[in-house]
Structure formats: structure tokens, C-alpha cells
Design a protein around this ligand. Structure first.
Ligand code: AMP
Length: 301
């Protein structure tokens, strides 16, 4: 089934203990699209400014990503993000952020995309996520991501968003911040009370936990990856693998959501092996399926 994503398209500068990658391609919608395209066709909706140095047709060449919804704004500038990671790569600091196009009106969803059944509202301003969602006719399954920047800056919009989606994918610190609750299971329950049917809390190298409104729970460790050079985009790649698998199968019951979490986990393990999109560019679907089987063996007893 059709999968649409909207979110940030960024010029990133990332510093990790393994090096620095300056002015590289990034953004939540970009990582998501690359990750999800291993599973199904992806419709990308986003905006950049005239300063954007990337040739997206080349970036996504041969990958079944429809760029009709990519807007280049002549009088705007592209979103910029500068981040750095501490020695253990566990904590990340945003050193600098320039919202630019993200502070403007959202891009229009092309009419031919308005029938999209699976929708991912990747990390961007929640009022933009809401305006974009309003342009989709009858989505079957809508998931969203958000982050501290928006939870603190636009809390009411984040709460409105939660009432309109089926699934929130969020990291553990953000879940605690949103729920105002330290215990993660209690935080998940509080987030479910805010309106979404499913919440997935990502815990970095400790894996993830998924809870739904019926009380079902699923926990999965991270893939035991040996190489970690740059964790940027892990969350968006997780979401891309997760939603890509669901859109490919067209199913959303809990058993499918569990397999989708495993695919998300595996795809993220490739992203973190290198800077920017390089980890995902280096692989094909067979690599993903191999790691999926390894993860299954590692977690069954
Ligand atoms: P992740 O590591 O999966 O959380 O996502 C990293 C990507 O998110 C980077 O490529 C950034 O450009 C992008 N990003 C960082 N801050 C924001 C923000 N406030 N809104 C939207 N995207 C962001």
C-alpha cells in the first residue's frame, strides 16, 4: 500500500568520536525515505531552500522514492542542524539549529498523494505535521515522531497531534518529557491516554518497547551491531523500516507491528555504521533480511 512521509530535509553537520561530517545530507524525511524504500515505494513531501546543495534525484536514484512532493523555495533557506555526540555516543547535543523552511507554511501534498494509506509524520514542527495530515483523505495508519525541541516549544500542538494519529514513535527521554513520568511503562500508558493507539519508545542501544491501548506489550533489544560511527538518523531509519514493512504487507495488527519493530531495529543498525546516508547506501534488502533472521535467533529462547 502507498506510504507517504513528510518531515525535515536538512543540511547536517555531525561530530562524533569517530570524526566530523560537514554539510552532509540529513533530515528526518530523508533518512525515513531511504530506509522505507527497501520495502515499498515512498512518497516524499518536504521543502528546501534555494541554497540546498543536494541533487535528490541522484540521492534516491533507483530507489522508488517519488519526489513530486519536494518543494524548492527560491526565497527560502534549507533547515540546518549541527549536532555532536559524547564519547559513549549515548547522549547527543544540538549545537546549532536554523529552522528556515521549517518555520514557514508546510509544502502542499500533491493531489496524487492524497489517497496515501500509510503516513509517517517524521520529526518537524507539530503544526506542520497537523496541516499535512489534513491534506490526506482517508489514511489507514498514521504514525508520527517528535522531539524535545517541539515538546517544549509547541506542547499544545503535540497534544493535538496525538489525538489524530495511530502510533507515536519517540525516544525514551522524549517519552519521559512528554508524559512527565520517569518510569517508561507508566510514561507509555500516559502517552496512550493522550490519544494514540500505539506508542513505541526507542531506548538506543537498549532496544525498544511497544505498548498499545489494549495492554499488549512487546520488548526487543537493539541489533548487536559491532560498528557505530554516527547514530544520527537511527530513529528515522527505525521508523522507515517499521512503516515500510507495514505498508508492504498492508497489515497493522499487533503481530505485524512486532515484526515491523524488528525490521526497524535492523535497518537502524545499518544507519549507525557510517555518517549520513552512507550506511544505508551500502546495503541491499538481502542484508536487511539476513540481520532480521539473526535478530530473531538472538531473541528466541
Ligand atoms: P534522529 O537521529 O533519527 O533523531 O534524526 C536526525 C535527523 O533529524 C538529522 O538529520 C536532523 O537534520 C534532523 N533534526 C534535528 N532536529 C530536528 C528538528 N527540531 N526538527 C526536525 N528535524 C530535526
Amino acid at each position: 500500500m502507498s506510504l507517504l512521509v513528510t518531515g525535515s530535509i536538512a543540511i547536517d553537520t555531525v561530530k562524533t568520536p569517530h570524526g566530523i561530517s560537514e554539510n552532509c545530507i540529513g533530515g528526518s524525511a530523508v533518512y525515513f525515505s531511504m530506509a522505507a524504500s527497501f520495502f515499498c515505494p515512498v512518497r516524499l513531501v518536504g521543502a528546501v531552500g534555494a541554497d540546498c546543495p543536494f541533487d535528490f534525484a541522484k540521492v534516491f536514484a533507483g530507489r522508488n522514492v517519488d519526489l513530486t512532493g519536494l518543494e524548492v523555495r527560491e526565497n527560502s533557506k534549507t533547515f540546518r542542524w549541527v549536532g555532536s555526540y559524547a564519547e559513549n555516543m549515548d547522549s547527543r547535543t544540538t549545537d546549532y539549529i536554523e529552522l528556515n523552511v521549517l518555520a514557514e507554511e508546510p509544502p502542499a501534498v500533491p493531489v496524487k498523494f492524497s489517497d496515501s494509506k500509510f503516513v509517517f509524520l517524521a520529526n518537524t514542527a507539530p503544526n506542520l505535521q497537523l496541516k499535512l495530515l489534513n491534506q490526506i483523505d482517508k489514511p489507514v495508519f498514521v504514525a508520527a515522531d517528535t522531539m524535545d525541541f517541539w515538546i517544549e516549544g509547541q506542547p499544545e500542538d503535540v497534544k493535538t497531534l496525538l489525538k489524530k494519529i495511530n502510533c507515536l514513535v519517540i525516544n525514551e527521554d522524549e517519552a519521559r518529557l512528554l508524559a512527565k513520568e520517569h518510569d517508561l511503562i507508566k510514561a507509555a500508558e500516559k502517552i496512550l491516554d493522550m490519544g494514540t493507539d500505539v506508542v513505541i519508545i526507542k531506548k538506543g542501544e537498549s532496544g525498544s518497547v511497544m505498548c498499545n491501548a489494549e495492554g499488549d506489550k512487546f520488548i526487543l533489544p537493539a541489533y548487536p551491531a559491532a560498528e557505530v560511527r554516527d547514530p544520527t538518523g537511527a530513529g528515522d531509519s527505525f521508523a522507515g523500516g517499521f512503516m515500510g514493512y507495514l505498508a508492504q504487507t498492508g497489515k497493522t495488527e499487533f503481530a505485524s507491528l512486532k515484526a515491523a519493530v524488528a525490521y526497524g531495529t535492523v535497518v537502524a543498525s545499518f544507519t549507525i555504521a557510517d555518517f549520513s546516508l552512507n550506511g544505508l547506501i551500502a546495503i541491499d534488502k538481502t542484508d536487511i533480511d539476513d540481520r532480521f533472521e539473526t535478530l530473531r535467533k538472538c531473541t528466541s529462547f
